[in-house]
Design a protein around this ligand. Sequence first.
Ligand SMILES: [Zn+2]
Length: 222
Amino acid sequence: MDKLCFGIDIGGTTVKLGLFTSEGELLDKWEIQTRKENSGEYILKDVAESIKNKITEKSIDNSQIVGLGLGVPGPVTEDGTIIEGVNLGWGIFNVAKTMKNLTGFDTKVGNDANVAALGEMWQGGGKGYKNLVMVTLGTGVGGGVILNSEILTGSNGAAGELGHIRVNYEEKETCGCGKTGCLEQYASASGIVKEAKRLLENSKEPSVLRSEKEIKSLLWQS
Ligand SMILES: [Zn+2]
C-alpha cells in the first residue's frame, strides 16, 4: 500500500488541504473556511475533522499515513511553535503538538511561505535549483528564501518575511505586524482593496468598484 501524507496550508480566509503520496504526487485537494472566531480556536479542530472525513471517504488505513505537513502564516520555531499568528487571531503555542493530539499523526509545521518554497524546490518551479526566493500573494504577502537547499530562517525565524519590508516611510496606518509602511499594506489582497478605497475616496469618477460587493466579486474572478 502507498504511503500517504497530508499537506495543509492555513490561510487567513481559507485552509487548503492536499492528499499526497510520500513521493509528492497530489491525489486530491480541497478547501475549508478559516473560522477565526474566538482567537482562532476552531481552526485546527476543523482541519483535524476534515482530514478524518477524507480518510473515511477514501477508505484509507491510518497506518498508511506517514504524517502531516502544515504551513502557517507567521514565524515558527524548529519544534513547531508559532510565535505570532496575527492573521488568525492566534497567540503563541505549539501547533505541531496540538495537531498530533487532535489527529494522532506526526506533524511538521513551518512558516507558510518557507514550506511553499521547499515545495517549489522539491516538485515545482524551483526543481533542480538550490537557491531560490519564493513570494506568496494572498491575504498577506509572504516570502521564503532558500539558500543551499535550506530555508534561510534568520535569528528569529523571520528572515524570509518579505511582506514586512518597509517600502513607504510616509505611511500613517499600522500594518498587522505593528509597524508602518510594509509591502504587505499595498501588495496583499487586503492591501489592494484598501488602496482602491483610498483612491476612490479622493476621486469623483464613476466606478464599479464603489460597492464592496463588486470589489470582492472582481477579486475572486481573477
Ligand atoms: Zn508589517
